[in-house]
Design a protein around this ligand. Sequence first.
Ligand SMILES: Nc1ncnc2c1ncn2[C@@H]1O[C@H](COP(=O)(O)OP(=O)(O)OP(=O)(O)O)[C@@H](O)[C@H]1O
Length: 470
Amino acid sequence: MGFSSLFPVQVAVWQETIGPGAFERDLCINSPTGSGKTLAYALPIVQKLSTRSVKCLRALVVLPTRDLALQVKEVFAAIAPAVGLSVGLAVGQSSIADEISELIKRPKLEAGICYDPEDVTCELQSSVDILVATPGRLMDHINSTKGFTLEHLCYLVVDETDRLLREAYQSWLPTVLQLTQSNEESLFPLANSFLSSTFGSLKTIRRCGVERGFKGKSHPRLVKMVLSATLTQDPSKLAQLNLHHPLLMTTGKRRYQLPEKLESYKLICESNLRPLYLVALLQELGEEKCIVFTSSTESTHRLCMLLNLFGDLGIKIKEYSGLQRQSRRSKTLKSFREGKVQVLVSSDAMTRGMDVQGVRNVINYDIPAYIKTYIHRAGRTARAGQAGRCFTLLHKYEVKRFKKMLQKADNESVPHYSVPSSSIESLRAAYNSALGKLKETVESEASRKRKFGSKFLKLSRTKPTDRRKG
Ligand SMILES: Nc1ncnc2c1ncn2[C@@H]1O[C@H](COP(=O)(O)OP(=O)(O)OP(=O)(O)O)[C@@H](O)[C@H]1O
């Protein structure tokens, strides 16, 4: 991967997981954004599994979003094949049939014999040793994919833990924990009957020893690693993970820590002039890659439209938000990675975990509501020991709240950043004209939506089959 040495969190996790006494405890890792947490768990898992002799699903990594899962899969894909391990991906908004054929090995067809997918007696095997998944699609496979089993699972990673614990996603966590509990350690004596009735054909109760590929070795339980840059230390929340003598590994005394080379600035302006200040700031930053965060998908959409109506700013600006289709988002992200787009206007869909090389600046167009949000947004820059800047646009009445919020991350003073008033004045005419055009665009969008809505309503009053097509 071109790395010459390990980052501190990678060394610390390696020492805790490899060698005598390894993985005696589950690990809770709280380390700043961009500090290399992905490789910190990927390396020991791949190392540990490198001696396995039978292919089956032994490591599961769960992440909250599809783009994040893709990113983590790439990290595993860079190191796992070297020791003969395969990595799979289970994420929403992609064909489940294609995914199943990637994840499950069909029995070899002998001449003249056809494979019957309904035949429950035929043994299906996993094609992958490591699976990177989002919770929804993971549950789809658990509930309905023949041959998909967590019976052999040795490692469970819950990345962006605090975010994943907040969202229940069809009870994915209790389900995974139930399915991976060995019989003798089961707290639920009725688990077998519960599972067989709840999950249909599922046959995935854990057995120890041979089936998990650790004959004669000392790993009878499922090892868990949970990580975040803002990991919760609330025992009642962590209890959901049923951790085994958990060990907290953290970089500093504080829960919230910003990257060392991050510089935070505040830019004070009147609320109605924020777009002007933003444009002036973007012009100053030139072609440096930048992410502008807003507080909602709606304001992301409008702000991006407004910026693009400003006339030729000489910067390519695109929207990235939960309002868009996944395919559109992925395309935008690719262009941003490749440098074809310089500015992304984003809702919080982008805040967690995304790693894009060369992002030098982050701008909070709206003040984040919580320090956690600030940390994850700002953490899209100043990654991997690089320098980066985070600007927050504030009304003067918000300054006190902002200061208090940043104190939680040990950031006592945030300097002012000012843009020359001449830049603001020179942009006024373009701003007024852009506002006019924005009004027209928003109205025409709304009328298109209304038309589409009434068409959809008409369709929905016809046959149910037509409705599905609509
Ligand atoms: N040992 C290393 N040497 C140099 N670069 C590294 C090393 N390990 C990881 N990196 C790079 O550091 C960047 C950040 O890594 P990663 O995405 O794992 O951070 P993270 O701690 O998970 O951040 P976040 O909390 O935002 O998800 C990536 O671009 C990765 O390629």
